[in-house]
Design a protein around this ligand. Structure first.
Ligand code: HAM
Length: 426
């Protein structure tokens, strides 16, 4: 219970140092992996025009917007996702850029969600997007970044998996199974919720939405949820969607060649809620299936044009810090939080203060972290502060040593002491 009369808003987090340490740990890893793949970091404003999301993101996100009218009568919203902003930013400049464009970002995003495990009203999301390349090699590259983004924390194929689908292949499969073109959006909506719905309810919803009879609806759900590359090659390999199945095979092969095959599974029940995806889509989940998706993404070849920019194909993903933090905690992969300091300066008497400040500042100028007591204190109390602040070494400034031009340095871990010449420190 908060003792302050101002409570934190539900779904929002404070980040005291011990919690910020985990967020920084996550972001540093994300940044390292992005750079390893040649991606450049960008950002945009947290507030955007409302119409950037309406229609482009899909109903679910639009219902969750933190939207309001600003003092200039503009309809604005806190950003719920980064992809439309990326499309807008590139719209103004992509024509003069060489392709493909590899950009990443780590924005804080805001969605008024129903609070549940792994879902808050703000989160930080690593966005990695590759723009201007339509070949499946780009899709494979992007999923490899996401997988390596998790491997970077010490997670392996026994901890998580990527469930991969292709909206074009699913469309082709549904057509083969007798789902009419105009009934496909309804079928997509049911398949998207398949995991969260009892199978008989799903069959009923599919039959109602598509006009199929109960047996045919059951067959569709069974075929979609058990699809493999081989079954897809059999069922739709020779249809219009044959080329899409082949590119899905090439995609899986490319990830296999990178040594990441164990992480990848074909799963046509992955639809993705966002409206703009056009091709291969994927989500990363913990292996035990206990948590919500850690990451989601896919190809969106028409969004840039829709936002008024150059018509460029694009593929990317977003990975949130909330579910990832839970998975790391569960696997005991959260580094222990410890405050650390290079030096703590202990002054034997307050009149030696100027000398202590001179030493402290010289060390800070050299890039070391240094702290000391800000008021007169006994040596014992200062030593306690040094250990509480995690000092590696204590420098004791005393009259006898100063007279000899030295200070005493005590190693706080092993307890050994040595003298250091002041000239060497300053
Ligand atoms: P998304 O699936 O909406 O995709 O979000 C991606 C990830 O962000 C989710 O898998 C989840 O880990 C995290 N996330 C989303 N909402 C919340 C929430 N309320 N609380 C905590 N974590 C959350 C997108 O946003 C796409 N724009 C990703 C993308 C980038 N596609 C292409 N490029």
């Amino acid at each position: 219970m908060s003792t302050s009369s101002f409570a934190r808003l539900p779904g929002f987090r404070d980040f005291p140092p011990e919690d910020l340490a985990l967020r920084s740990h996550i972001m540093e890893a994300w940044r390292r992996v992005s750079r390893r793949y040649g991606f450049l970091e960008y950002d945009g404003p947290p507030l955007e025009s409302l119409d950037l999301y309406v229609e482009k993101s899909g109903e679910e996100i639009v219902d969750q917007l933190y939207a309001f009218t600003d003092k200039g009568d503009r309809e604005v919203t806190l950003r719920p996702e980064m992809t439309p902003s990326l499309a807008r930013i590139l719209g103004d400049r992509s024509r003069s850029m060489s392709k493909p464009i590899r950009w990443f970002s780590m924005p804080q995003l805001f969605r008024y969600e129903r609070q549940q495990r792994g879902r808050l009203r703000e989160h930080f999301q690593w966005n990695v997007d590759l723009v201007g390349e339509e070949g499946v090699a780009a899709d494979a590259e992007v999923l490899a970044v996401a997988i390596d983004g998790l491997r970077e924390f010490g997670l392996g194929a026994s901890d998580f998996r990527a469930r991969v689908s292709d909206r074009r292949v699913l469309r082709g499969l549904l057509a083969t199974l007798g789902v009419a073109e105009d009934a496909q959006p309804a079928a997509f909506a049911v398949i998207d919720k398949l995991e969260r719905m009892p199978r008989d309810k799903a069959e009923e919803a599919l039959a109602t939405g598509t006009g199929l009879d109960a047996a045919a609806a059951g067959h569709v759900l069974e075929t979609v949820s058990s699809a493999t590359l081989a079954s897809l090659e059999d069922l739709v390999g020779s249809s219009e969607s044959g080329a899409d199945v082949q590119s899905l095979r090439d995609y899986v092969d490319a990830l296999g060649a990178m040594g990441l095959g164990d992480f990848v599974e074909i799963d046509l029940t992955i639809v993705r809620g966002l409206a703009y995806y056009t091709g291969i889509v994927f989500e990363l989940f913990d292996r035990k299936g206990e948590l919500r998706a850690i990451c989601g993404g896919g190809r969106y070849d028409r969004l840039l044009e829709l936002v008024g920019g150059e018509p460029l194909p694009a593929v990317g993903f977003g990975m949130g810090d909330v579910v990832l933090g839970e998975l790391l905690a569960e696997r005991k992969l959260v580094p222990e939080f410890a405050s650390t300091l290079d030096y703590f300066i202990v002054t034997v008497s307050w009149d030696l203060r100027s000398e202590a400040l001179r030493v402290a500042h010289a060390l800070r100028d050299k890039g070391h972290s240094v702290s000391y007591a800000l008021r007169e204190q006994g040596v014992g109390k200062q030593m306690k502060s040094a250990s509480r602040e995690g000092a590696r070494e204590v420098l004791i400034v005393g009259p006898d040593e100063l007279a000899r031009g030295c200070v005493v340095a005590r190693d706080m871990e092993v307890g050994t002491e040595r003298e250091i010449e002041l000239a060497d420190l300053t």
